[in-house]
Design a protein around this ligand. Structure first.
Ligand SMILES: [Ca+2]
Ligand SMILES: [Ca+2]
Length: 256
């Protein structure tokens, strides 16, 4: 029992706090986050008032002591729960497929969120990875991850980045329908930088053959992504040694 006490203390604090509703602080300018090839993220979609969203998954009365979930202790999701290529969990010289990607920052990590009664829950279903290598040896590095890769649980979830540096975010509903800023105007993702702010952004929209939302990674930054509200979280996303790689993070919205 002794080892549970720190968790119980945390729970007591969490239960005493009343989360402020976020609905009233939505930034009306937040409809344009087409971050694709821009080197700078549009500050106009930032809403500092939602910075507390990332802490809500810890406020659980049912989940028991959470697994370690810190930048320096990245763990993979439980086996079989998320389409998660092994390269995301590789370390040392094999970090993120090797190829000079060992930046000492370790593997990509997963944090299980905690469902909240009456709210949708955003479950991580897949994380794809695109490397700056010619995986299939056909002479180019532009053989991208299929946009629907996550629909096949046996997929490799690995592709070629073609020089791109984005984190792609795909959110689907309970039926697997891909959501965008028109079909889910109140749905936002949360981007947390290890050395920077926690910000929430609207989804955007892209042609059907592209991931619907993305932001560009910047060399030296390390990011985490979750959905606003009750959500799983994926972290330690970055450009390893400034190599041009991408991640494709897929969440499924589950009904309350
Ligand atoms: Ca190729
Ligand atoms: Ca090719």
């Amino acid at each position: 029992m002794k080892r549970l006490l720190p968790w119980l203390a945390t729970l007591a604090v969490a239960c005493g706090a009343t989360p402020a509703p976020d609905a009233g602080v939505t930034d009306a300018a937040g409809v344009d986050a087409a971050a694709d090839d821009a080197g700078v993220t549009d500050a106009g979609v930032t809403d500092a008032a939602v910075a507390d969203a990332s802490s809500s998954p810890d406020a659980s009365a049912d989940a028991g002591p959470p697994l370690p979930c810190t930048w320096d202790d990245a763990r993979p999701p439980p086996t079989g729960t998320v389409l998660w290529p092994d390269v995301l969990s590789a370390t040392g010289a094999d970090t993120l497929r090797g190829h000079g990607h060992d930046d000492g920052r370790g593997p990509v990590g997963f944090c299980a969120g905690t469902p909240v009664a009456g709210e949708p829950f955003y479950r991580l279903v897949a994380v794809g990875f695109e490397t700056d290598e010619d995986i299939d040896g056909d002479g180019d590095v532009s053989d991208a991850l299929p946009v629907d890769f996550w629909r096949d649980p046996s997929a490799s979830a690995i592709g070629e980045s073609g020089g791109r540096v984005n984190v792609y975010i795909e959110v689907v509903d309970e039926a697997g329908v891909v959501l965008n800023r028109f079909t889910a105007p109140d749905t936002r993702y949360v981007r947390e930088l290890r050395d920077g702010p926690v910000e929430a952004f609207d989804l955007t929209d892209k042609p059907a053959n592209e991931f619907q939302t993305n932001f560009p990674m910047v060399g030296g930054q390390t990011a985490a992504v979750s959905m606003e509200g009750a959500s799983d979280r994926v972290f330690n996303l970055r450009l390893p040694v400034n190599h041009h790689v991408t991640f494709a993070v897929v969440f499924r919205r589950e009904a309350p």
